[in-house]
Design a protein around this ligand. Structure first.
Ligand SMILES: [Zn+2]
Length: 89
């Protein structure tokens, strides 16, 4: 009976100790990983795809991000939905 309570107290103390240790560790890791995370990231504009010319406004856009439309078996790429709507084959 008394032994059970003792075990419970030890377990609670151990868990709170473990929690504080984990907290210190994660805090340390967070500050350690903060500097590379704030480093400049690569621009995502040219992420994959190839450059195609928008037939409406003449802007070059990446096929990965462009809005495309298939007209008579040919695929056209547009910079925006407005350009796509203006294009009538
Ligand atoms: Zn356009």
């Amino acid at each position: 009976m008394f032994r059970g309570i003792l075990y419970l107290i030890v377990a609670v103390l151990f868990l709170s100790f473990l929690r504080s240790v984990i907290g210190i560790l994660t805090k340390g890791f967070a500050s350690a990983f903060q500097s590379p995370a704030s480093a400049p990231q690569r621009p995502s504009v040219h992420a994959g795809g190839e450059l195609k010319k928008d037939p409406v406004c003449g802007t070059f856009i990446s096929t990965a991000t462009a809005i495309n439309k298939q007209v008579r078996g040919e695929t056209y790429y547009f910079c925006s939905q407005t350009c796509r709507d203006k294009f009538k084959g």
